[in-house]
Design a binder for this molecule. Structure first.
Ligand code: HEM
Length: 411
């Protein structure tokens, strides 16, 4: 009897479900439905003081999409849209009426694409672009923090894939669940708003590595190590607008955050020519495990003052983590929660791939803006990147039971 047939028999008898190669064999031989794996069962509540999709680990799939309001759509129409979108997100995350934790599709848009899937950690996050306020007669309520991002000299931005009246970030650990959410929201917008641009991103699938770890980006680096942590004493202050608003935010933005979205193409053909040692110097961390070149392991604090045997800095003067560090930028900090993208091979023959960079902060002028000003001129990594699209969005606090996102602005 071959090993395969033995395993097959054991799998069919239900002995091997859930472990290594046995699970694969069992799946092939399976005739009975099995329970949802942990991937499908993951549920992130839509309702809350803050919107979901900011502090949770980035999901395996993402759609970022910007909408522009139709010319005739006014503030009331926009409020109706946010109501429809919030109700749909509530249902698709299992918090709708009768959902009892199971996702349901809003009847008006039923396409059955996600019918047999669990919530799969779906999050739907809504934001307002600067142009939204002019279109809806709400310029009096425009946050100061939503001032246009400055022009960075190295930018190569495509205006058609930048900005937008409204922004939606969809994340899920299953591709069909994510696509379904995108379709439902697009259909719910019909007549009120149309898609201005849309981008698709991904990260590692949960369960693909033995231990959960910080994700790798498409340059192969472990990316996100030195992000602010929700357990840090100053995390909320850095990432969220305080109750009552802040210096640069009106009260309707309480518990909200500002998302800077950048499509950053990686010039992978040039990058791949560098030796691993050179690549590590460009970042300032080891590629294998993300440990800083100043010593220790991945979680050891970076020591920017560390000197090597030949009396040079262990972390080079133009290393990405030196130039981007809060210490080099007057304390400026943000929560980076991005997704990789790959849109096939570009007209130049190289992968059209990189990072859908999404950075969250309480005020972009104390987060992204000063850091990118610095990086744009003196980051060793910038020679291997091209910023191709950009947006800045005010993401208000979350919706409680019966509320919709943005209600405090729009009612
Ligand atoms: C750190 C990659 C763009 C801000 C890092 C690290 C990597 C990395 C590998 C080290 C691990 C970590 O702490 O996360 C990249 C890549 C980029 C990119 C591949 C573009 C495709 C940016 C941009 C900004 C930024 C546009 C902000 C304007 C930071 C910050 C850190 C960091 C603040 C932490 C620095 C510290 O240790 O204090 N990045 N990055 N990065 N990056 Fe980037």
């Amino acid at each position: 009897v071959t090993r395969r047939r033995l395993l097959g028999a054991a799998g069919a008898a239900g002995l091997l479900v859930g472990g290594g190669s046995g699970a694969a064999v069992a799946a092939a031989a399976r005739t009975e439905p099995t329970a949802l794996s942990s991937v499908g069962a993951g549920r992130i509540p839509f309702e809350g003081a803050r919107q979901a999709g900011i502090v949770e680990p980035a999901q395996a799939r993402a759609h970022l999409v910007a909408f522009d309001l139709a010319p005739a759509a006014d503030r009331r129409a926009a409020a109706g849209l946010l109501r429809r979108w919030s109700d749909a997100a509530r249902e698709m995350t299992g918090q709708g009426p009768g959902g009892q934790g199971r996702p349901t599709t809003p009847a008006a848009y039923d396409d059955q694409v996600a019918d047999d899937a669990g919530p799969s950690s779906l999050t739907v996050t809504f934001g307002f672009g600067r142009s939204f306020f002019g279109r809806t007669g709400l310029t009096g309520r425009l946050p100061q923090a939503l001032a246009p991002l400055p022009d960075f000299p190295a930018d190569a931005l495509d205006a058609r894939r930048s900005d937008g009246d409204l922004w939606v970030q969809i994340g899920a650990d299953d591709a069909l669940v994510a696509f379904h959410a995108l379709r439902v929201l697009q259909k719910a917008a019909q007549g009120t708003a149309s898609v201005r641009w849309q981008m698709n991103g991904f990260n590692r699938t949960p369960g693909a590595t033995e231990r959960p770890m910080t994700v790798r980006n498409l340059m192969g680096q472990i990316d996100g190590t030195n992000n602010p942590k929700p357990t840090d004493a100053d995390f909320d202050r850095k990432v969220f607008v305080p109750a009552g608003g802040g210096d640069s935010s009106p009260a309707w933005m309480a518990d909200g955050s500002y998302a800077v979205v950048r499509r950053i193409r990686m010039l992978l053909d040039s990058w791949d020519h560098l030796s691993v040692a050179r690549q590590e110097q460009v970042i300032g961390r080891r590629k294998s495990d993300g440990a800083p070149l100043s010593g220790g392991g991945a979680t050891t604090p970076v020591n920017l003052a560390a000197i090597t045997g030949d009396r040079s800095f262990a972390i080079a003067g133009d290393a990405h983590i030196r130039v981007a560090a809060a210490a080099s930028n007057g304390g400026a900090a943000m929560l980076r929660r991005g997704f990789s993208y790959h849109d096939g091979i570009g007209t130049d023959g190289a992968p059209d791939a990189g990072l859908l960079f999404v950075a969250w902060q309480a005020d972009p002028l104390r987060g992204f803006v000063p850091v990118q000003r610095k990086l744009d001129g003196s980051d060793g990594l910038s020679r291997f990147l091209r910023h191709e699209a950009s947006g800045l969005f005010a993401v208000p606090g979350g919706a409680g039971p019966g509320e919709y996102v943005g209600q405090r602005l729009l009612e």
